[in-house]
Design a binder for this molecule. Sequence first.
Ligand SMILES: [Zn+2]
Length: 155
Amino acid sequence: MAVEELREKVAYLQGLVNGLGINTASNEGRMLNEIIGVLAQVAQAMGELKQEQEQLREHLESLDEDLYDLEDEVYEERAAGDKEEEAEEDYVEVECPDCHETVCFASDVLDDEGVVEVTCPKCGTVVFTTEVEDTLEETEEEKVAGQEPAERVRG
Ligand SMILES: [Zn+2]
């Protein structure tokens, strides 16, 4: 029952007590008045509860909207971060120590078993190798050591 309806009914009962000419000095009359008074208090308490509930609901809705916005932002950032990470993961960039050509290669070749050598497409110098370095000339080794694959940025 809506609170307004309850209030109306209580008001109607109060009017009825007067309209029926009930003797409010009698025990029954006093009892009726007391009951109607309690009903009026119940109606008022319900009205207050309803008001508080309404405020809570509004507050919850605004929280919900804020959370929704926040989720949007977080997911967008995360999606952007994923793309960045993918790009970083797919290719490793090294600079050729001889001709300074930037050489890109798929990073998954490094997962292959055995020795992986990446050579510069321009001059043929080995720009990256997974081979243990003692077979390389020392100058080559130093250069290679200084040419670690680009640092990966993780989100
Ligand atoms: Zn080169």
